[in-house]
Design a protein around this ligand. Structure first.
Ligand SMILES: *Cc1c(COP(=O)(O)O)cnc(C)c1O
Length: 392
């Protein structure tokens, strides 16, 4: 049996995989089982923030692996404590809860918002507002938070207490805040899975103002947008808002599973002994890797992300076969005239791995992608978009 046969026989059929078996990689290049080389414009859905086998990250991880790989949360470890300090110093948040994924980071955010609001406003205050087209995870509660009906259908009943309003509709947001006894407002500054749609500064400002006025915790889901992806450390920093809770995951671990929920001043002491926990959360190997990522996301590095972003947007904007380009930093959505899936397929044949989001081609390259690889990828995408749809 081939690896593809084995996988299709024994792995639960939840993923529609591309017909490619990846065996190794370095930086922004990966190789498949036939030895074919690709430039990786997906970085494992925004996870391998410094590419594959990044030397600094690999050294941090293997060093920790040689000391102790797991202790449980009954004991102190240096990587966990140090990572929490770094996250707080770089954001102004006060405390961190560590978990293993984006969904878990959001679960914690929701639990904190609910406990804060129940204690302040009574047990009826539990409803969390999220946006239509949002994506917050696959657990039953984060699915309920996710504002996309088609994810909900087969799994009823979901956790109650979520309402969804249209993104960038300030009036709808105001009405929903009036009509519901809200325990939280939860937003992605750029909707990732929903089609790489940035929120407007007006909408972000309105959300912050309403949240402050009504003492509703403002939760920013930075699972995809965080850790330098948009050209700032966290995407909310583009908008000048101060969230009460920030959840993050994907790129933070550089390729190992980690989730983090950052708690601001207002909610810093909401969680007490026994209120929440995770066996693997704060794992020293994952945290050591995350420290090596976060330490390098300084102003100079973030400026390089914005420069690369500028090149990508300028190259794609108005090109033949490209209808529009959306996103922020190195989180890019491309509406092509041809179906996105066809463009991605042709790019793959020509040695470039891309993602899709809704009807768009989506790019989430490593933040340190060499210009040479980025140029090759952008030119390949431009050629594919033009050939498949440029004449229509
Ligand atoms: C990927 C993602 C999640 C879920 O993260 P998992 O690690 O798959 O649980 C949640 N929110 C956003 C915005 C995401 O992009």
């Amino acid at each position: 049996m081939t690896i593809m046969d084995l996988d299709q026989t024994y792995v639960a059929g939840t993923y529609k995989r591309f017909p490619v078996e990846i065996v190794s990689g370095k930086g922004s290049k990966v190789w498949d089982a036939n030895g074919k080389q690709y430039v990786d414009m997906g970085s494992g859905i925004g996870v391998t923030a410094f590419g594959i086998g990044d030397d600094t990250w690999q050294q941090a991880v293997t060093e920790q692996l040689g000391k102790v790989q797991h202790t449980s949360n009954l004991y102190y470890t240096e990587p966990c404590a140090y990572l929490a300090k770094l996250l707080c110093e770089k954001t102004g948040m006060k405390k961190v809860f560590f978990s293993n994924s984006g969904a878990e980071a959001n679960e914690c955010a929701i639990k904190v918002a609910r406990k804060y609001s129940a204690e302040k406003k009574g047990p009826d205050c539990y409803t969390i507002l999220t946006l239509v087209n949002s994506f917050h995870g696959r657990t039953l509660t984060t699915l309920a938070a996710t504002g996309q009906e088609h994810f909900h259908e087969l799994f009823q009943p979901l956790t109650p207490g979520f309402v969804h309003v249209e993104a960038n509709n300030v009036e709808a947001l105001k009405n929903a805040v009036e009509e519901n006894n809200l325990a939280g407002i939860m937003l992605e500054c750029v909707q990732g899975e929903g089609g790489v749609n940035p929120l407007t500064p007006e909408f972000m400002a309105a959300a912050e103002t309403l949240a402050k006025e009504k003492d509703i915790p403002l939760i920013i889901d930075e699972v995809q947008t965080g850790n330098g992806r948009t050209g700032k450390l966290y995407s909310y920093m583009h908008f000048g808002v101060t969230p009460d809770i920030v959840s993050t995951a994907k790129g933070l671990g550089g390729g190992l599973p980690i989730g983090a929920t950052l708690l601001g001043e207002k909610v810093q002491n909401v969680l007490g002994y026994g209120d929440h926990g995770s066996t693997f959360g704060g794992n020293p190997v994952c945290c050591a890797g995350a420290v090596s990522i976060l330490e390098r996301l300084d102003d100079a590095f973030l400026a390089s992300v914005r420069r690369k972003s500028g090149y990508v947007f300028a190259s794609l904007h108005g090109a033949p076969g490209v209808e529009s380009v959306s996103g922020l930093g190195l989180m890019v959505g491309i509406k092509t005239t041809a179906p996105a899936g066809d463009v991605v397929k042709l790019c793959m044949e020509r040695g470039v791995l891309c993602l899709t989001a809704k009807d768009k081609v989506r790019l989430l390259p490593a933040l340190n992608i060499p210009m040479e690889d980025l140029t090759f990828a952008v030119e390949t995408i431009l050629a594919a978009a033009k050939e498949l749809g440029g004449n229509i």
